[in-house]
Ligand binder design. Structure first.
Ligand SMILES: [Mg+2]
Length: 347
């Protein structure tokens, strides 16, 4: 089988009336680029990635795929996934194996695994060696742009849908505001539901220690991205100073950056990002690297590709997701998503 051509499609969403907001970013310019990898067997692998807070980023990304990536893939065997990835890294190295380059690698990687799944009739997780038949999921209930009433309403929906774990954004201007939001969530979800918090890289070590101790006393399950993602020594200091587990990784590029935290014991829960790690292959590799350190793995965000990643990992912990879609409901049982059975990344 050979790759015959690549096709891209740009979608720019209308600017949202109320951008999705955390303590760091507001998604004011959402859009996506869909990639289709065509083969001489008629199989077509698809992926879709986008940027949401930088105007013009999606147009730049489409140009990168069309002008730089497509010519390198034509004529190659689509099942030689890592060989293609290594060739692409060498070819794109001048722009750094970081940032948008990783989104391009991820787009190609996902489309190729999609082709592999269609060719074999198997879900991607089984092509690695299935490790789980279901994955617990938590839902994001506490975006920063929600006021307390909206927060409570979303919490009630999450509990009604059967979630046993929810996450709340923290990193408000004051600790008091974080506490008020957390108390409102706890009152709504009841004593048994697990609550995680996420500060999106916005705190200093001192402030993270101060707030972390309070979250710890409130029974919070994990403290996510308290510090800037690559402040490795600061993460180690924080993780050693707090009992509450430190979860991080959604802004790290490559398993080499995770290694910096793992060897320092500055991370208790690994969170892999599909785009920034360069796709399914590297998320699985990073998850297995974490397993060697006895550290569990979760995903940044949800959907079928990320569910496939976790189903391939013995140390899988939680899938992040939004509230359930109609399609999700058929596959969500007792707070868990069942392992997909469809080819590639389908149900
Ligand atoms: Mg996060």
């Amino acid at each position: 089988m050979k790759i015959t051509r690549l096709e891209t499609e740009l979608y720019i969403a209308p600017p949202p009336e109320r951008p999705i907001t955390d303590a760091l970013r507001a998604n004011k310019h959402p859009g996506r680029v869909t990639l289709k990898v065509h083969t001489d067997k008629g199989l077509v692998g698809t992926s879709s990635f986008g940027f949401s807070s930088i105007r013009g980023a999606n147009q730049t990304f489409q140009t990168m795929l069309n002008e730089e990536v497509a010519p390198l893939l034509e004529g190659q065997n689509p099942l030689a996934i890592r060989l293609i990835q290594e060739d692409l890294k060498r070819a794109l190295e001048e722009q750094a194996i970081h940032g948008m380059t990783m989104y391009a690698l991820a787009s190609v990687d996902i489309a190729l695994w999609d082709i592999f799944g269609q060719e074999t009739g198997q879900p991607a997780h089984r092509l690695i060696g299935q490790a789980k038949d279901r994955i617990p999921a938590y839902t994001m209930v506490g975006w920063m742009h929600f006021d307390v009433d909206e927060l409570k309403e979303v919490c009630a929906r999450a509990v009604a849908e059967g979630f046993k774990a929810v996450k709340v954004k923290v990193g408000s201007p004051t600790l008091g505001e974080d506490i008020r939001r957390l108390e409102a969530v706890r009152a709504e979800v009841g004593p048994e539901v697990i609550i995680m918090v996420d500060a999106n890289q916005t705190l200093s070590v001192f402030e993270a220690l101060r707030r972390g101790q309070v979250f710890q006393e409130m029974g919070v399950f994990w403290f996510e991205e308290p510090l800037p993602a690559r402040n490795y020594d600061d993460y180690a200091e924080l993780a050693h100073g707090l009992v509450i587990p430190i979860a991080t990784g959604e802004n790290l590029y490559g398993k080499e950056e995770f290694k910096e935290l793992l060897v320092r014991r500055g991370i208790d829960i690994v969170q892999v990002d599909l785009a920034r790690l360069g796709g399914f292959s590297e998320c699985v590799a990073t998850g297995l690297t974490a397993a060697a350190f006895g550290v569990p793995c979760c995903t940044h965000g949800g959907g079928l590709i990320k569910l496939n990643i976790l189903c391939a990992l013995p140390n899988a912990m939680y899938l992040e997701t939004g509230l359930l879609t109609d399609e999700d409901r058929d596959h969500f049982v007792d707070g868990c998503f069942l392992a997909p059975e469809g080819p590639g990344f389908s149900w």
